[in-house]
Write a protein that binds this ligand. Structure first.
Ligand code: NAD
Length: 510
């Protein structure tokens, strides 16, 4: 593969989506070799302002389309995704550096959430509530909210948008997407496929075509402008805790709503009774997959003292077999880091670990001669004497800190003693240990797994985490409620007017 090949292939993929880029002011690189694969036009605040106005106009039309009909548009979008799964997955690999399997997996996740949303479009159930007064019927119904601002991170350049988009669309909302400025091509491709679905949907007005789903390209400044806009009642933001800490107060200042999906620092406890074959496979995928650049990547491993040497030896053997290289080549398991700053952060963390007395295996740069402008690393296993401040922060790279424990209750306490609360897991064959970990006094995370690693969520469950991870929930279960406004209605079908709580308040007005 040469630099020129990637550039040409990107052009061909974009052409498949019907995108012809004229040269823009935002260069787009591929982490595979660090080369420039395109340039796109950045949007400014005035563009965003126009887009928000268009999203408002489209909302006026979309909110009164019956939900099952909205679901039909999402169904058509899923058809486009099925048809272009290979191409979109490949674009994800080129732009974000994921191996092909994972690029395709992301598109499958989009298809899955669309299917979920289509079903949901006939199940936006409210309640009928017993009234304390005679001749009354009390109802809770759900209505569309308005334009939804969606800010996404580089590492899931298509799936995270679709979790929001598919659900928001059937809920009757319109979409304003600010993707990471590292992955704008994936966003443009998704929106181009969505435009095809609108064409096939039939009967969409010009307002709907323009404003139902839009992409605003730019960096943090554009995200801040989106967060500050009162016309956007909900901002769903995915990214670092630092970003969430900026976005949340801006939206709160105007009393808007947020869904925050922020950084994780995910742990696994491997107990004395664990099935080590399963554990080794799960650890490998969770710690090394996506080059450690998943929000749910495994970063902290707590191993019972009695099995720690055995497990560590097996992990070292497994790590040695992992193929690092071009993510487009079949057989590669670990692709590149997103860029130089990620590599620098990883090296900094490893240096700190060594200074704290850790034993570090791996972590060095590889393939630098072949790709001097890209950053491939050997995933690192770091045996720590204790969970220090270094381990408590998220370093977005393939570093697995390994720590020993003797008592499960102590291990759970240390596991929970980090600011983040996204994903966690326990490997055990002891029912009591599994139940303890999933009980109130167990893991404090949003995702708590037993004999499965912390990463690789299915769309059916609500996804998100606690504490500094932000508390937001997306995808399955009843996450849809965040995208709608709740209405409580009391209907009086009697000829009387009793007040609630038995209050009397009357004058003789006859
Ligand atoms: P990032 O925070 O640098 O950027 C994420 C998005 O936020 C980008 O679109 C960026 O332009 C925008 N942004 C950054 N600062 C902003 C600001 N001050 N105001 C408004 N918008 C701003 O994150 P990243 O490097 O792209 O992604 C990696 C991080 O995202 C990791 O911390 C990872 O754990 C997290 N992440 C979390 C989830 C989750 O579901 N919890 C999923 C994916 C990634």
């Amino acid at each position: 593969m040469t630099t020129d090949t990637l550039f040409r292939e990107t052009g061909a993929l974009l052409a498949e989506f019907g995108i012809a880029l004229s040269d823009g002011d935002l260069p787009v690189g591929s982490p595979i070799d660090g080369s420039r694969i395109a340039a796109v036009q950045r949007h400014d605040r005035a563009d965003l302002d126009r887009m928000t106005a268009a999203a408002e106009r489209a909302f006026i039309a979309w909110r009164s389309v019956p939900p099952p009909r909205r679901g039909e548009l999402v169904r058509l979008f899923a058809e486009e995704l099925r048809h272009h799964k290979q191409a979109l997955g490949r674009l994800v690999s080129i732009e974000a550096g994921k191996i092909l399997e994972e690029g395709q997996g992301e598109v499958q996740e989009m298809i899955d959430i669309c299917d979920f949303a289509v079903g949901l479009s006939r199940q936006l159930y409210g309640r009928v509530i017993a009234s304390e007064r005679p001749g009354r019927r009390m109802l809770e119904t759900w209505h569309p909210l308005g334009p939804v601002g969606i800010i996404t991170a580089f590492n899931f350049p298509v799936a995270v948008w679709s979790w929001n988009a598919a659900i928001a669309l059937v809920c009757g909302d319109t979409l304003l997407w600010k993707p990471s400025d590292k992955t704008p091509l994936c966003a443009l491709a998704c929106n181009a496929l969505f435009a095809r679905a609108i064409d096939r949907f039939g009967g969409a007005s010009e307002d709907l075509r323009r404003g139902l789903s839009q992409v605003a390209i730019g960096g943090p400044e554009l995200g801040r402008a989106l967060a500050a806009d009162r016309r956007v009642p909900l901002v769903s933001a995915t990214g670092s805790t630092r970003m969430g800490g900026t976005v949340a107060p801006v939206v709160a200042q105007r009393l808007g709503r947020t869904i925050l999906e922020l950084g994780g620092n995910n742990g696994m406890i491997v107990t004395q009774s664990a099935d080590l074959d399963l554990a080794v496979r799960a650890i490998l995928f969770a710690a090394v997959g996506t080059a450690g650049q998943r929000c749910t990547s495994l970063r902290r491993l707590f191993v019972h003292d009695s099995i720690a040497d055995t497990l560590l030896a097996r992990l070292q053997r497994a790590y040695a077999q992992v193929r690092i290289g071009d993510p487009l080549e079949p057989g590669t398991l670990v692709g590149p880091l997103i860029g130089e700053h990620a590599f620098a952060a990883m090296q900094q963390a490893l240096a700190e670990a060594r200074a704290e007395g850790a034993e570090v295996f791996g972590g060095e740069r590889v393939l630098a001669e072949r790709w001097p402008d890209a950053y491939y690393v050997r995933p690192a296993l770091v045996v720590m004497p204790a969970q220090t401040a270094l381990v408590e922060r998220e370093t977005f790279a393939p570093i697995l800190y390994v720590m020993r424990y003797r008592d499960l209750t102590d291990a759970i306490a240390v596991h929970n003693a980090v600011p983040q609360g996204l994903a966690s897991s326990i490997f055990t064959t002891d029912l009591r240990e599994a139940e303890l970990f999933t009980a109130a006094e167990g893991s404090d995370c949003g995702i708590v797994n037993v004999n499965i690693g912390p990463s690789g969520a299915e769309i059916g469950g609500a996804f998100g985490g606690e504490k500094e991870t932000g508390g937001g929930r997306e995808a399955g279960s009843d996450s849809w409620k965040a995208y709608m406004r709740r209405m409580t209605t009391t209907i009086n079908y009697s000829r009387d007017l009793p007040l609630s709580q038995g209050i009397r308040f009357a004058v003789d007005a006859s």
